[in-house]
Design a protein around this ligand. Structure first.
Ligand code: JHZ
Ligand code: SAH
Length: 405
């Protein structure tokens, strides 16, 4: 039995992925024999409906001065965050007297839009290397982990916030109660806390099991977020689905009773109950679907190897750490992974030890098949590579099921 991080109730895990390394710990050859691993199991709390990792590595093992994920590697995501910022500017009528805080601003992909609109803003980003990129853009950044004590400190040196924003960060934080206490402290009476994360409903529907890795402590739904907000005298007032990261949800939270609650909130909660996200059963069949993808993908890769085909992968994503380690995909089946991120290149993927090579070498490698680990960016990537792939090279995707195209 494990204790729920939200309500302290007991729960049992519904899936066990075995021992997993840190998803973004790309290693040099000499570091390969000293890899940290943790037991990756996921459970569902029947009391508060939160889906969560049973065990999490310490935050310093994941977020530090060599953090490997830089947000601005996708042009689509740059536009997405520019649109996100514009929607907040009009929702809250922001101007040069306002104040915006972003938790986990990474390389400044979203705050750069506030900066160019001359709206005062502050980023909180504990990973020094990505924070440096944001600071080089002229953005003010505190390079610490956000929590209640830091919120208290910020409230002494800044006015309260008209908007507290966050993308793909809230689901990374096991000490989430401290974050919500911090939000309660820092948010103006008419302020909004808006965040987005991969959405549980989409993960179950698409069997996108690879959204589960060390950094993703929680898989949120409207059910679990409304419970959490309520505990902190806050309220879920809007929900807006996003297509990013394979299907995300943007949640808007305000002080309880101070803003009108959109009809979308209840509609989504009812839909979640209708598809059974509040019952154990949905999670049991999810595990079976994951194992079907495993059998199909390993079967395909093994057949291609026996036929002497060259298979490479595209995008050394965090998600691929779960895929390669749970499925047992080694350099035997996939030669290497091409990626545009310099800090990942000429290193080995966590656990599976597949070489990660610079994207600039992708085309000369002349593969027969390309396994798309960055499937969430499929539209952007397939468009970019369509001339090169032509008719004689094929993409392999595996969410929601294994497909060759
Ligand atoms: P991508 C990360 O997940 C980690 P990951 C984190 N936990 C999270 O929640 C989300 O981001 C937000 C490369 N690439 O976005 C760049 C190309 O090579 O799916 C990246 O290494 N060529 C914070 O790691 C990777 O693929 C391209 O054209 O699963 C994409 O990683 C493009 C578009 C990307 O996130
Ligand atoms: N918002 C960006 C970055 C997501 S990566 C995007 O959507 O692309 C997740 C980021 O959260 C990392 O840069 C990590 O350093 C940061 N992070 C993790 N814990 C945090 C905390 N407690 N406070 C602030 N940032 C945190």
């Amino acid at each position: 039995m494990s204790k729920c991080l939200i309500c302290s109730d007991n729960f049992n895990p519904f899936v066990d992925f075995g021992n997993m390394p840190i998803a973004n710990a790309f290693s040099l050859k000499e570091e390969l024999f000293n890899e940290y691993t943790f037991a990756m199991k996921v459970g569902f709390c029947e009391n508060c409906n939160m889906v969560q990792l049973v065990e999490q590595p310490d935050r310093e093992k994941m977020f530090h001065e060599n953090y490997a994920f830089f947000s601005s590697t996708s042009n689509y995501m740059i536009n997405h965050f520019n649109d996100f910022a514009s929607s907040v500017i009009s929702l809250q009528n922001l101007n040069e007297n306002s104040f915006v805080l972003e938790v986990g601003c990474n390389d400044g992909i979203m705050l750069q839009s506030f900066l160019s609109n001359k709206i005062p803003c502050l980023g909180i980003e504990p990973s020094q290397n990505v924070a440096n990129v944001a600071m080089e853009k002229g953005i003010e950044v505190i390079t610490e982990f956000f929590d209640q004590p830091l919120a208290q400190h910020i409230s002494k040196i800044h006015q309260k916030a008209d908007a507290i924003l966050s993308a793909n960060v809230m689901c990374h934080i096991p000490y989430i109660h401290s974050i919500y206490d911090g939000v309660k402290t820092l948010l103006k009476d008419d302020g909004v806390f808006i965040f987005e994360d991969p959405y549980l409903g989409e993960i179950i529907e698409k069997t996108s099991f690879d959204q589960i890795y060390d950094e993703h402590v929680f898989l949120f739904s409207a059910l679990s977020i409304s419970y959490l907000a309520n505990v902190h005298d806050l309220e879920l007032v809007n929900v807006e689905p996003q297509i990013t990261h394979g299907g995300s949800m943007r949640y808007t939270i305000a002080h309880k009773g101070l803003k009108k609650v959109s009809k979308n909130v209840n509609r989504l909660i009812e839909k979640e109950k209708a598809i059974g996200l509040d019952k154990k059963l949905a999670y049991m069949s999810f595990t079976k679907s994951v194992d079907k993808i495993k059998d199909d993908l390993i079967g395909l890769l093994t057949r291609l190897k026996n036929e002497g085909k060259k298979v490479v992968a595209y995008g050394a994503t965090s998600k691929s750490t779960t895929v390669t380690n749970y499925f047992g995909i080694t350099p035997d089946l996939v030669d290497c992974i091409y990626d545009t991120t310099p800090i990942k290149q000429n290193k080995y993927s966590p656990g599976a030890h597949i070489p990660v090579l610079p994207y600039s070498q992708f085309r000369e490698s002349n593969p027969d098949y390309v396994l798309l680990f960055a499937w969430n960016h499929a539209e952007e990537i397939m468009k970019k590579e369509s001339d090169y792939m032509g008719k004689k090279r094929h993409w392999i995707t595996y969410i929601p099921d294994v497909k060759v195209s």
